[in-house]
Design a protein around this ligand. Structure first.
Ligand SMILES: Nc1ncnc2c1ncn2[C@@H]1O[C@H](COP(=O)(O)OP(=O)(O)OP(=O)(O)O)[C@@H](O)[C@H]1O
Ligand SMILES: [Mg+2]
Length: 446
């Protein structure tokens, strides 16, 4: 069965028709043909909504949804809600998930209409306010506790979450869109009954530490609902009522879910697509240093994103940052091939030149990051995490500073840049033509 959607793009608060998407479905499999509209192509501010859909081609074919569409479609949590409410035995396709998302809170700047209607799909959801969090958390708990069989309570919970546009965002954790006390669109991330520690308070702690260490992170606050932590994050893809274009690192690198990815792939995508490559490369290296210091390992390419500004793409703030208490768990995105915490520091310094830093500068940033994150216990306490739970994280968070040191991680042997025999790199050897990406993923052969 074929279907079609008209696609608009919010440009500075104005909806602009960007093109038409034609979907061919065979069972659950979808192919998309996207054609830019001549009016959009004629605009001076037109930009490719996805590198796989270049403006000069005018039209592009994709198996499944183009990455840009997938970034505005739900991930596991939202899909689950849509599946629960799905009538009858007919199979659900990627297009059904895409149109199941609330337009008001849809990620990024893309909006979709059916050809015969001026209204956006799915319009008409009322985004709740913070006072409704108790009701939403209760509904989310009911869903988490539900077995395979749909009972009335579960379906009531599903309806409640769908009615407030609960499918909007990606990610697996229960969440809902809410309007915060300042009237701004925000995300509420909920605890899950299966959580073994106060995951939301730790995410708040990790973001606080990341900010102290110099990263840009979303505005946020932690609130208690029935004594449980709910994290409220201001949406960085909104500017009042205007929407900012958003592309995940998955879309800009052209990689796919479940495949292997390396931060060097991200460096290559930044070289190709960023409007401020030097700042973004340095920003990603800084981010890796912080993620390594706090053992934030769930750093897949949907957990990095880019925002569109008039000149092009730029790195979005860091989000979904959370320490994992198991030091033996590997990082999802490798750092120059390294995935285990024991090899990360060496790897960070080895790849530093590909991110525009000398090894000396890298050592300096690592020391600053370690110093900024060493106070993690005080930050965790300020977020209401009791000492006995803090002890769970002793093995993965920096040890307290000792006399004469800025404090360093238990797994970070002090490495002098001078002892590293780094290869010639773009920083030291300007032979790499501008814009040439660094080597692709995998531990590169020095
Ligand atoms: N502050 C924010 N502003 C705008 N969009 C955001 C923000 N935080 C997260 N997002 C978007 O929402 C999606 C889901 O959020 P997040 O990654 O925090 O959820 P999660 O359920 O913990 O994810 P995961 O499945 O990776 O654990 C992100 O992939 C990103 O696209
Ligand atoms: Mg995520």
């Amino acid at each position: 069965m074929d279907s079609q959607l008209e696609v608009d793009l919010d440009v500075g608060g104005q909806a602009v028709h960007v093109g038409t998407a034609h979907f061919t479905r065979r069972g659950r499999a979808v192919t998309t043909t996207f054609t830019y509209s001549p009016g959009y192509l004629a605009r001076r501010d037109a930009y490719a909504i996805d590198p796989a859909l270049p403006l000069d081609a005018g039209r592009g074919h994709t198996t499944g949804l183009p990455g840009a569409f997938a970034d505005s479609a739900p991930d596991r949590w939202g899909r689950r809600l849509i599946e629960k409410a799905w009538p009858g035995p007919a199979s659900i396709s990627e297009v059904d998930y895409l149109v199941g998302v609330s337009d008001h809170s849809r990620q990024g700047a893309l909006r979709y209409r059916r050809p015969d209607s001026p209204a956006y799909v799915a319009d008409g959801h009322e985004i709740p306010r913070l006072v409704d969090l108790g009701r939403l958390l209760h509904a989310s708990d009911q869903l988490a506790a539900a077995g395979r069989h749909h009972d009335t309570d579960e379906m009531h919970a599903v309806r409640e979450l769908l009615d407030v546009g609960g499918t909007t965002l990606g990610g697996a954790r229960p969440k809902a869109s809410v309007i915060d006390a300042d009237g701004c669109l925000s995300i509420a991330k909920f605890p899950h009954p299966g959580d073994e520690w106060d995951v939301m308070a730790w995410e708040k702690t990790a973001l606080d530490l990341a900010e102290r260490a110099g990263l840009q992170v979303p505005s946020r606050h932690l609130t208690k609902v029935d004594g449980r932590s709910v994290l409220i994050l201001r949406r960085f893809d909104r500017d009042g009522t205007a929407r900012r274009g958003y592309a995940s690192a998955m879309t800009l690198t052209g990689l796919t879910d479940g495949g292997s990815a390396d931060y060097l792939d991200l460096a290559a995508a930044i070289a190709d697509h960023s409007t401020r490559p030097d700042a973004d490369l340095a920003g990603v290296w800084h981010r890796m240093a912080v993620f390594s210091a706090i053992h934030n390992i769930d750093d897949h390419f949907r957990n990095h994103g880019f925002l569109h500004s008039p000149g092009g793409w730029e790195l979005a703030p860091a989000f979904d940052v959370n320490p994992n208490p198991d030091p033996n768990k590997s990082r999802v995105t490798s750092i120059g091939g390294a995935t285990s915490s024991g090899e990360e520091r060496d790897a960070l310094l080895e790849v530093a030149p590909y991110f525009g830093l000398t090894a000396d500068q890298g050592v300096e940033v690592l020391a600053e990051v370690t110093a900024a994150t060493a106070s993690w216990r005080a930050v965790a306490s300020s977020n209401g995490i009791p000492e006995h739970e803090q002890r769970l994280f002793n093995d993965v968070l920096p040890s307290p500073p000792t006399r004469g040191s800025a404090g360093h991680s238990r797994r970070s042997p002090t490495l002098q840049a001078a002892s590293l025999h780094l290869p010639k790199t773009p920083v030291e050897n300007e032979t790499r033509p501008p814009g040439t990406p660094p080597p692709a993923s995998g531990r590169f052969g020095f």
